[in-house]
Design a protein around this ligand. Structure first.
Ligand code: SF4
Length: 401
C-alpha cells in the first residue's frame, strides 16, 4: 500500500471524508460531475497546511519521521500519545484485555445492494480489534493533524459514520464500534469519540445508501452551508456564492434605502465599508464573520480562474492582467551594513536593530552551508530564538466558542 496514490483510489465516487457534503447538499454530486474540466483540473496548489497534513499522515502510517520538520515532529509525537490514550480509554470502557491492530490506511467499499456496483468507500487511518475473552469490539481512528476549528464533533461526524458502517459490513457480529477523532493540537477534547451499536451501524448504512440515491436524482437540491468550504464546486456554485455573500448585499441595501424602503440617492459616505458595517446588527456582524472563510476561499478561486483566462477574454470582462507588485528588498546585506556603519556612521547598535534573522532564510543558509537536513537546521534556529529571541503578540483574535 502506498500513501501517494497514482490514480483516483476513490474511483470518482464520494468517500467517507467528503460524505458530509453529499449528505448536506445532495445536488453537489451533479454539479461536480458537470463542472467544466478547467475548473476541475486547474486546482490551486495544495496549501501549506494540507502539505503538512500529508507529511504527518505518511509518518503516522509508516512510523517513519525522516521527512518531518521539528514543528511537524512535535505534532507527530502528540498524535502517537493521543492515539495511545484513545486505545486505553476504549479498553477501560469495554473491559478489553486483549487486542490487535488492524491494517493501517485500510480502504473499504460499500456497494449498491441492487446492482453490486461500488457507491462509496472510506479509509481508516488505523483501527484496533479486541480479541480473546474480550473479543467483539472495534476502535476506528482518524488523525486530524491541525487546529480542527471547524471539525464536526465525532457524534455527528459523517466520516466516522461511513467508516463505522463499512467496518460493520466487514466484521459482521461485532458488538460495538467506537470511532475516535485524534486531534493532537486542537483545543479541548483531543480524543473525541462516539460509540455505535450494530443497530446504529445498520441505520447509518441505510442512511448512506439513501443519501447516495438522493444525490443521483437529476433534481437533487443544492443546499449551501459551512460544508461549501470543502466543496470543489464553490467557485462556480451560485447557491454557495449567494449564501456567502448575501449579508454584504443586505448591508449595502441598508445604505441605499430609506426607512420607507424607497430608493434614495446613494451617499458615497454611506457606501464606505465602515459605515455599512456600523449599520449592521451585531448578529449580522457575527454571521458575516462566520462566513469569512467561505467568502475568502471563493474569492481565491475566482481570482485564480480569472488569471488563467486569455487577455482578450479578460478584457471583455473588464479586467486586464498586470505584473505583480514589486517589493524592494536589500539583497547584499553585508555591503549595505558596511555602508551604513562605515560611511554613513550610523551607530552599530542602530544598524543591528535593522537586521532581522528571518526563519526561512536562516534555516536555508544552515542547510546550504553545513549540509544539514531541515529538521536539524530548524532545531538550531529554535535554539537561537530561545537564546536571543522574543515573542511578538498579534492583536486579539476572534475564535468560535
Ligand atoms: S458549493 Fe455548497 S451548495 Fe454548491 S454544490 Fe458545493 S456544497 Fe452544494
Amino acid at each position: 500500500m502506498t500513501t501517494t496514490p497514482q490514480q483516483d483510489v476513490r474511483r470518482g465516487l464520494t468517500s467517507a471524508s467528503k460524505f458530509n457534503i453529499t449528505y448536506s447538499c445532495p445536488g453537489s454530486e451533479n454539479i461536480l460531475r458537470d463542472m467544466p474540466v478547467v475548473a476541475v483540473e486547474e486546482k490551486e496548489p495544495e496549501s501549506e497546511d494540507a502539505t503538512t497534513g500529508t507529511r504527518l499522515h505518511a509518518a503516522w502510517e509508516t512510523d517513519n519521521t525522516d521527512n518531518l520538520s521539528s514543528d511537524d515532529l512535535e505534532i507527530y509525537k502528540a498524535g502517537v500519545d493521543y492515539k495511545a490514550k484513545a486505545v486505553r480509554e476504549w479498553c477501560e470502557f469495554y473491559g478489553i484485555t486483549e487486542y490487535k491492530e488492524g491494517q493501517r490506511e485500510l480502504r473499504l467499499w460499500m456497494h449498491d445492494p441492487a446492482t453490486m456496483k461500488p457507491v462509496t468507500s472510506g479509509m481508516t487511518d488505523w483501527h484496533f480489534i479486541s480479541t480473546g475473552a474480550s473479543a467483539g469490539h472495534i476502535l476506528i481512528g482518524d488523525f486530524k493533524s491541525l487546529w480542527c476549528r471547524s471539525l464536526t464533533p465525532a457524534y455527528m461526524n459523517w466520516q466516522i459514520r461511513v467508516l463505522v458502517a463499512l467496518m460493520a459490513m466487514e466484521y459482521e457480529g461485532t458488538a460495538s464500534f467506537r470511532g475516535v477523532l485524534v486531534k493532537p493540537i486542537a483545543k479541548g477534547n483531543r480524543t473525541d469519540c462516539v460509540d455505535y451499536t450494530p443497530t446504529d451501524a445498520w441505520r447509518a448504512k441505510e442512511d448512506i445508501l439513501q443519501s447516495i440515491w438522493k444525490s443521483k436524482q437529476p433534481d437533487a437540491q443544492r443546499v449551501p452551508g459551512n460544508h461549501c468550504n470543502w466543496c470543489p464546486a464553490k467557485g462556480i456554485c451560485a447557491e454557495a456564492q449567494a449564501w456567502a455573500l448575501l449579508p454584504s448585499v443586505i448591508a449595502a441595501r441598508g445604505a441605499q434605502f430609506s426607512i420607507l424602503n424607497r430608493p434614495i440617492a446613494i451617499n458615497p459616505e454611506l457606501a464606505k465599508p465602515a459605515e455599512l458595517v456600523s449599520r449592521m446588527s451585531l448578529a449580522d456582524c457575527a454571521l458575516v464573520h462566520s462566513r469569512a472563510t467561505v467568502i475568502g476561499k471563493i474569492l481565491d478561486e475566482v481570482k485564480y480562474r480569472l488569471k488563467k483566462v486569455p487577455q482578450d477574454q479578460l478584457a471583455e470582462l473588464g479586467y486586464t492582467l498586470v505584473s505583480g507588485r514589486v517589493t524592494p528588498y536589500i539583497e547584499n546585506a553585508s555591503a549595505c551594513f558596511r555602508e551604513l556603519s562605515d560611511e554613513l556612521r550610523l551607530p552599530i547598535a542602530a544598524v543591528w536593530k535593522a537586521v532581522k534573522f528571518n526563519k526561512g532564510e536562516t534555516v536555508e543558509q544552515f542547510m546550504l552551508e553545513f549540509g544539514w537536513g531541515k529538521k536539524q537546521a530548524e532545531g538550531y534556529w529554535s535554539q537561537m530564538v530561545e537564546k536571543y529571541g522574543g515573542n511578538k503578540q498579534s492583536d486579539p483574535m476572534l475564535e468560535k466558542l
